[in-house]
Design a protein around this ligand. Structure first.
Ligand SMILES: *Cc1c(COP(=O)(O)O)cnc(C)c1O
Length: 428
């Protein structure tokens, strides 16, 4: 779907009129917006890095403090939300947000840890099939993770890591190029592991299509959905991917360093033979406290849990997920498309030859992020924008990433950002 640029107007009154008509506008009130020294709110466009705090989070954590105070160890059973099955309360809501079945989803660990645990199970290199396919500009942690897994199995990343690079002069990957690499080298690829939404360009990939190409060649297929969860409709079950991992502190607003999510497709739910690193929390709940039996995995993603989880972090995640379930991912996505479209329109209106949006122009190929390249700019431009009240993100050498988030950003935020960018470009 192309954004309907004719529909937008470049003035504050129009931005405000869109806010008035926005059916999700009341959600902004449910978040703490960071304030500047003079007491006015920042234009916060950094939800792709750290999502804002829902006002309900503090109370949710407070509840666990109270129950710990009141019950001690018995809170595992007697807390208002008993700690023993606590992660189960979240799994259903998380499954809704990422488009999966509850048996396919678990909240545990953090993203890079989960990525390793998934590769232990789904990267099983052999003499003839030992490669991993990843994007050249994947998030550094993902690249370290895949390279170290290759080395762990006794192979050399120089031989076994295939990196997908955009064509000369282009910023984003072309689907046909991904198809070609998988078609030509698929028989040697053990694992296709891509970011579903690239953190740098904001490009959102068709996971179902990539999974189909990978599976046709006998590869396992996994996705890093750090920039997808809570941002786009992931439809993880339908995608057919073998696994996916994500964090909850970006679009999912669960607080710095909060736990991550993990998806394992239903087709692997009852496979007890698949290698994995095991811990007691993944063991059959009926006999977990017997502590004598051999490992008997819980059917589904829960089997990959190692430890009993940190309840305080889970409380924050649950508080946030309730907002997502109430607002609905389809509604949030609908607003995100409009809001990002408006941002795109306004950035184009600046009509400065130095700036270029490197994120795809098609709404179906991006989420709530635009990556704006400013040729020959240095970080001073970004620092001035920050000083003028914007919180966004600078990526070397010359890219400003801005993420208007449907839950708490307004059309006015987007308008104010574009005005500030225009002004600071003039001052350059
Ligand atoms: C944010 C992000 C990470 C961060 O990993 P953590 O383990 O949560 O620190 C990893 N990969 C991608 C693609 C990310 O966007």
């Amino acid at each position: 779907m192309k954004s309907t640029t004719k529909y937008y107007e470049n003035n504050l009154a129009f931005a405000k009129s869109l806010d008035t008509k926005d059916p999700l506008r009341q959600y902004r009130e449910q978040f703490h917006l960071p304030v500047q020294a003079d007491g006015t709110a920042h234009v916060y466009l950094c939800g792709n890095s750290l999502g804002l705090q829902p006002k309900s989070t503090r109370g949710a954590i407070e509840q666990e403090f109270q129950d710990w105070e009141k019950y001690g160890v018995e809170g595992h059973v007697h807390a208002k939300n008993p700690w023993m099955p606590y992660h189960e309360f979240l799994n259903e809501a998380m499954a809704t947000v990422v488009g999966a079945k509850p048996i396919e989803v678990v909240v545990m660990n953090t993203l890079s840890v989960n990525l390793h645990l998934m590769m232990v199970s789904f990267y099983q290199p052999t003499a003839t099939r030992n490669k991993i396919l990843i994007e050249y500009d994947a998030f550094p942690s993902d690249k370290y993770a895949v390279a170290s897994q290759i080395e762990f199995h006794g192979y050399d990343p120089k031989d076994c890591l295939i990196e997908l690079k955009a064509r000369e002069g282009e910023d984003c990957l072309r689907m046909e190029d991904i198809e070609k690499v998988i078609a030509e080298q698929g028989q040697e690829i053990a694992l296709v592991m891509l970011g579903n939404t690239n953190y740098y360009t904001g490009q959102f990939f068709d996971m179902k299509q990539i999974t189909a190409w990978g599976h046709a060649q006998g590869c396992m297929v996994g996705f890093d959905c750090a920039h997808g969860a809570g941002n786009v409709n992931l439809d993880l079950h339908d995608s057919g991917a073998d696994f996916a991992v994500w964090c909850s502190y970006k679009y999912l607003n669960s607080g710095p360093g909060s736990l991550g999510g993990c998806f394992v497709h239903e087709r692997h739910a009852h496979d007890k033979k698949r290698p994995r690193f095991a811990g007691w929390w993944g063991h059959n709940k009926e006999t977990r406290f017997g502590m004598r039996d051999g490992f008997d995995p819980i059917p589904g993603a829960e089997a990959w849990q190692l430890s009993n989880p940190p309840i305080l972090s889970m409380a924050a995640i649950w508080a946030s997920l309730k907002i997502f379930v109430e607002a609905g991912m389809p509604q949030l996505r609908k607003k995100a498309i409009q809001l990002t479209g408006y941002l795109e329109f306004l950035v184009d209106e600046i009509k400065d030859e130095r700036i270029k949006i490197i994120t795809p122009r098609e709404a179906s190929q991006r989420g709530s992020q635009l990556s704006i390249q400013v040729k020959d700019a240095d970080k001073k431009l970004f620092e001035r924008i920050t000083k003028a009240g914007v919180i966004a993100d600078w990526r070397e050498p010359d890219v400003i990433r801005v993420a208007p988030v449907a839950l708490y950003n307004s059309y006015e935020d987007v308008y104010r950002f574009a005005e500030i960018l225009k002004q600071e470009l003039k001052n350059d």
